[in-house]
Design a protein around this ligand. Structure first.
Ligand SMILES: Nc1ncnc2c1ncn2[C@@H]1O[C@H](COP(=O)(O)OP(=O)(O)OP(=O)(O)O)[C@@H](O)[C@H]1O
Length: 594
């Protein structure tokens, strides 16, 4: 763990060494007064004469040592803090660079709370390690070691007595570390979950209030924060007894030295001056020893956090090149695609572990240029995942996707984006004017072109009712717009972008009948002469598609036209029947006035 952190420090490694050395001198200054005290006590006990000057010099020596100790300590920490915060800056910059390179899907899956926790809390917690644990821990540990070596030279029997409390404390420490590490995974995950839930709760406050969802969302909020409390307490409960044992035992360096040492002196095994010196030295190392280990309880947490950071820093970047799009046409080819979502969870050793949940199994098909290809299948069968693979949200584990013969991994994401418009259910409106929100589709479009796109997307009917029309702020207008109207704004974006390939992921899923009609008109405008890739639950909407791909549990069950699939594909027949039943149910419900 220390090695990794030193690696993060990069050019500031040198400052960390300097800080450690300065703190080491400071700890030494804390030990010297005990040696000076010995020089006064020993002659007194032995009945040797000491004059006032001899005592005064030692007392002044003690004062100088204490002043130097404080100055050196402050200086050492100053150097270590500068190195620590520069390292945190480096680490945050590396994280930011990694986040820029990894697939967008990876970022979305992590969740805002987890990402905030990584960037802010987890990186911040390394400050303790860099600014304190490393320089103070090392310095406070090295001095006792040096003193023990000296004690062995003075009298090895007394030195052994002084060491007696260490093995038991050490065993308690190891147990604390190992139980702490085992509980760390669930504790850390609970922290991540709580962060995500809090952010989701705050972001969704408006929906919560409008839809009276207080009880349900508050319940989840309450559960996640109480889970976090429970896991934290569980960790403390497991680790505290061992912490208590070693922190009480460790400083008791004279527990055996005093009684047995006195007996050794009486028996003539050791001399009185040696006993006094060993006692003074034993007393001097209690505090440094305890200080050096005061950081230990945080080590399992730090270890886990570093592993979680490492996992992100080692995430494979999205496979792309700088090349522009040079496909020979717009045929979209899925070639033996296998994909699974990665999940991070605590492994058996308590360290974070990545597992994979395969949801797409060896799928191959081609969506022909200029044609309409539809994906159908039960909920959870993998349709949206395939669409997200096409827009390069993720890299598949196996296989490739190409457009006009050029693999999407062999072009830049920008080049791919310029060829594909993706319209999904959840459309994000930025808090700027609606005009600018539509202009995102093509930043160099003129106001007139934006207006034209808005008209084609059937937006004017509701934009005209807004006080400032298309210049209204989306943040304010968003509250007055229905989901369907917001979707029409995103369709206007796509119309303006005018990309040759359109991916529609359940675009009309939640539209009411009136909105659906308008959206269908907007979509018809959008898809004119384009290569269309549609995911729809409503089968009647895609029955005219040139090709329908039936996805069943992540596998391609069949492809064909509506008529062909009705003849050959059981899964399609089932889906068609279900959609017919649901249409019938709606008609009956309307007739009965439900
Ligand atoms: N971000 C994700 N992380 C982990 N698993 C996911 C993620 N997104 C989807 N899945 C899982 O992958 C499988 C396929 O999901 P996908 O959304 O592609 O299905 P779908 O056919 O589009 O479903 P629906 O019609 O309900 O939108 C499901 O089991 C789903 O739970």
């Amino acid at each position: 763990m220390f090695k990794k952190v030193f690696e993060y420090a990069g050019p500031h490694k040198k400052d960390l060494y300097i800080a450690t050395f300065i703190v080491l001198l400071s700890v030494l200054m804390g030990v010297l007064p005990f040696v000076l005290a010995y020089q006064v006590i020993s002659p007194l006990v032995m009945g040797n004469a000491v004059d006032t000057k001899y005592v005064c010099i030692r007392v002044i020596g003690v004062l100088i040592c204490l002043i130097l100790q404080a100055i050196l300590y402050g200086w050492g920490l100053d150097v270590s803090h500068k190195a620590a915060y520069s390292t945190l800056l480096r680490l945050r910059t590396s994280l930011q660079k990694r986040f820029e390179a990894v697939p967008l899907g990876f970022i979305q899956d992590k969740g805002t709370g987890t990402i905030k926790k990584l960037f802010v809390d987890d990186v911040d917690s390394l400050e303790v390690l860099l600014a304190h644990s490393l320089p103070e821990g090392i310095a406070n540990l090295m001095i006792p070691i040096a003193i023990y070596v000296a004690m062995f030279f003075i009298d090895w029997k007394l030195a052994l007595l002084s060491l007696a409390s260490i093995p038991i404390s050490f065993a308690a420490m190891m147990i604390m570390y190992s139980v702490g590490m085992k509980k760390m995974g669930p504790y850390y995950m609970a922290g991540q979950k709580m962060n995500n839930t809090i952010i989701e709760y705050i972001n969704g406050m408006e929906v919560v209030k409008v839809f009276n969802k207080d009880a349900e969302s508050y319940e989840r909020f309450r559960k996640d924060i109480s889970d976090y409390r429970d896991y934290t307490l569980e960790w403390y409960k497991a680790a505290w007894p061992w912490m208590a044992i070693y922190s009480s035992l460790l400083p008791c360096t004279i527990i055996l030295t005093l009684p047995l040492g006195a007996w050794f002196v009486l028996c003539g095994f050791s001399t009185l001056p040696d006993l006094i010196l060993v006692l003074c030295l034993s007393l001097s190392i209690g505090i440094p020893l305890l200080k050096s280990l005061s950081f230990l309880p945080t080590m399992p947490q730090l270890n886990y956090k570093i592993a979680a950071l490492e996992q992100v820093l080692e995430t494979a970047p999205l496979q792309q090149t700088d090349a522009v799009f040079h496909g020979k046409n717009y045929d979209i080819c899925f070639d033996h695609i296998t994909f699974g979502y990665e999940k991070s969870q605590p492994g058996p050793d308590g360290q974070p572990m990545v597992t994979m949940d395969e949801v797409i199994h060896d799928i191959s098909f081609t969506a022909k240029a200029g044609q309409k290809t539809a994906l159908v299948g039960e909920s959870g069968s993998g349709k949206s995942t395939l669409a997200k693979l096409l827009i390069h949200y993720y890299d598949p584990q196996q296989g490739s996707i190409s457009i006009g013969g050029q693999k999407i991994t062999e072009m830049s994401l920008e080049a791919l984006n310029s060829q594909v418009s993706y319209v999904a259910q959840d459309q994000y409106l930025f808090n700027t004017s609606i005009l600018e929100n539509i202009r995102i589709g093509r930043p160099d479009a003129t106001d007139e072109e934006v207006l034209e796109a808005a008209k084609k997307a059937q937006c004017m009917e509701f934009l005209e009712k807004l006080p400032q029309g298309i210049h209204s702020m989306a943040g304010d207008a968003g509250k007055m717009l229905s989901g369907g109207q917001r979707q029409r704004i995103s369709l206007a974006r796509a119309i303006l972008k005018n990309a040759p390939i359109i991916v529609l992921d359940e675009a009309t899923a939640y539209a009411d009948p009136e909105n659906e009609e308008k959206m269908e008109a907007a979509i018809a405008e959008l898809v004119k002469g384009k290569t269309l890739f549609v995911i729809a639950h409503k089968l009647p909407a895609i029955m005219n598609a040139d090709q329908i791909c039936v996805i069943e549990h992540g596998k391609l069950a069949a492809t064909g036209t509506h008529a062909e699939l009705l003849a050959i594909c059981e899964e399609y027949k089932k889906l068609w029947k279900a959609s017919q039943d649901s249409a019938e149910w709606k008609v009956n419900a309307v007739k009965e006035g439900k």
